[in-house]
Design a protein around this ligand. Structure first.
Ligand code: AVI
Length: 328
């Protein structure tokens, strides 16, 4: 049977911290190239909308990852040393992880899993999903926290065990190369002892497919991006009206030079928030998110820069997975 344990639930504080506000102001007070940090896309509503996105016909990465994982689950499991703890970053509802865990249980007779997610309601759902879908001996810890905080907590709880960090959903896509490398290095720091990393990433492909995936016909991605702007502006004390939101135009650009999809909101009427020194000119647009698309070579370059080397890789034309080991 499965045993689960809740390590910690972090409550969001009522007053927004100065650093949260500063991170938003920094991007919006600029003269040009205005932007909003990506994490503001994921408040409760945003997380729900992202779940919706993963169910859209046009949003191929979700199914592509599922296909790749189910095709190679046994082989992937064979590369994960017996007894190590699988620690999943941003585990969400852990819908996909179950497949991997089942393959590990089948191979080793038991498996240890720790899931980290910022959303405590997702963490609760993950617990149910895993109990229902993983047969055999599974030990589960769930942490409702920021990824780095969660890693440190798991490490403190299990100081001597080997850890395999799992990062699915191509989530690294939403970081620039520099941010991603820094993120991996911080993760290594938090885990301290030798660690493996299982990383899944979307691959660069036909522009039409990319555009459709990020500009779906039901407008779910548009709602997700607008919600992110509403959330960010709310945090700096500007309450967005329904009319404001309606006036913004959602734009997607596929950038072949940088191999990334760029998601913007255009403000035909502009927006001035005088007490915050924000002046979005009429017709100006704000970058809300990038989604980088990789090649096997570019993933390798990024992870090697962060101090990992490649143990094994699986990919098809759509999607890729890498198992890496840090270079201690
Ligand atoms: C979470 N992340 C990998 C998604 C992506 O595809 O970049 C977020 C997303 N943004 C719009 N649609 C999906």
């Amino acid at each position: 049977g499965s045993e689960t344990e809740k390590v910690k639930t972090t409550e969001t504080s009522a007053g927004e911290s100065e650093s949260v506000k500063q991170s938003i102001l920094m991007g919006l007070q600029r003269e040009s190239n205005k932007e909003v940090p990506v994490r503001f896309l994921y408040d409760d509503r945003g997380s729900e909308l992202y779940e919706e996105i993963t169910k859209l016909e046009e949003y191929y990465p979700f199914q592509a990852e599922e296909d790749l994982l189910s095709e190679h689950a046994d082989e992937i499991a064979s590369h994960i040393p017996q007894g190590s703890i699988l620690v999943e970053l941003g585990c969400g509802t852990a819908r996909k992880t179950a497949r991997l865990l089942n393959a590990i249980v089948a191979r080793h007779g038991r498996c240890r899993f720790a899931g980290i997610d910022i959303s405590s309601s997702f963490v609760d759902e993950a617990r149910c999903n895993l109990m229902l879908s993983v047969q055999g001996h599974l030990r589960v810890d769930l942490v409702a926290a920021d990824n780095m905080e969660g890693l440190r907590e798991i490490r403190a709880k299990y100081p001597d065990d080997s850890i395999c960090v799992v990062w699915l959903g191509s989530s690294v896509s939403n970081y620039s190369e520099e941010e991603a490398v820094k993120f991996f290095q911080q993760a290594l720091d938090a885990v301290k002892t030798r660690c493996r990393l299982f990383l899944c990433t979307d691959l660069w492909k036909n522009e039409e497919i990319l555009r459709a995936a990020y500009h779906d016909k039901h407008g779910v991605t548009e709602a997700f991006i607008k919600n992110g702007m509403r959330n960010a502006l709310g945090k700096i004390g500007y309450l967005v009206s329904a009319d404001d939101e309606k006036s913004w135009i959602y734009e997607v650009e596929v950038n072949p030079q940088l191999k990334q999809v760029e998601m913007y909101l255009r403000f035909p009427e502009g927006l001035t928030i005088s007490d915050r020194q924000i002046n979005i000119r009429s017709g100006e647009r704000v970058l809300m998110e990038i989604s980088r698309k990789f090649t096997p070579k570019s993933i390798r370059h990024m992870t090697e820069t962060a101090g990992f080397h490649l143990l094994s890789a699986w990919h098809n034309r759509t999607y890729g997975a890498q198992l890496l080991l840090d270079e201690f």
